[in-house]
Write a protein that binds this ligand. Structure first.
Ligand code: SIN
Ligand code: FE2
Length: 212
């Protein structure tokens, strides 16, 4: 939805946590078509947690490494467990956006080798967690692009019990968290129903990482 008031193009939410509202809009058609071609090769699936629960968010990956969860735990691996094939390559337009967004947030030289794609349908949610399966957590930020339906992102603190800040994320928004914010807990509240002109009844989050 268009805002009546001009939005700032860079909002520092906390030290090392920066929101770039609408940073993906200029190239939205290219980004969405790159996303759909990745999902055609590696369809999103509901992974199982180590505890045996099926996640409400369906996930896929592109890039050299992909994040997976199963009964054995969480890890990155170079192949899609559903097909045994390498994950689809990371499309240039996505890697370029991640790089430039990181630089705008103060993290020069970010070179993602993994992009976790999370597909939310109405009701899907992601409980508070830290992203810490990457090899050098301290050295690289996370860059997250949201497409499709809007969601309420929860940016927590460094302790699970810290009260999260609610950050509404809409189509085209890019959120970066690194440095002193890199290990903040975060999650996504249950997705409200809706229909997005480009993505239908879906929210898709692309989370770029330097994993290996
Ligand atoms: C994630 O934590 O990996 C996904 C966050 C989001 O969907 O915005
Ligand atoms: Fe995460």
């Amino acid at each position: 939805m268009d805002s009546l008031f001009p939005l700032p193009d860079r909002i520092e939410l906390a030290a090392g946590a920066v929101l770039l509202p609408g940073a993906g809009l200029a190239e939205q058609a290219l980004l969405v078509s790159a996303l759909e071609s990745v999902l055609a090769l590696a369809p999103p699936r509901h992974m199982v947690t180590p505890g045996g629960q099926s996640m409400s968010v369906a996930m896929s990956n592109c890039g050299r490494l992909g994040w997976v969860s199963d009964r054995g735990g969480y890890r990155y691996q170079s192949t899609d467990p559903d097909t045994g094939l390498a994950w689809p390559a990371m499309p240039d337009c996505l890697a370029r956006l991640a790089r430039s967004a990181a630089a705008r947030a103060g993290f020069e030289g970010f070179e993602p080798d993994a992009c976790l794609i999370s597909v939310y349908t109405p009701g899907a949610r992601l409980s508070l967690h830290q992203d810490k399966d990457e090899e050098n957590v301290a050295g690289h930020p996370l860059v997250s692009l949201s497409l499709g339906l809007g969601a309420s992102f929860q940016l927590g603190g460094l302790a699970r019990a810290d009260k999260p800040l609610k950050v509404p994320l809409v189509h085209g928004d890019v959120l970066i968290w690194g440095g002193p914010s890199r290990l903040r807990y975060h999650g996504v509240a249950a997705l409200p129903d809706g229909e997005h002109p480009m993505l239908g009844r879906r929210r898709v989050n692309l989370s770029f990482r330097k994993a290996g």
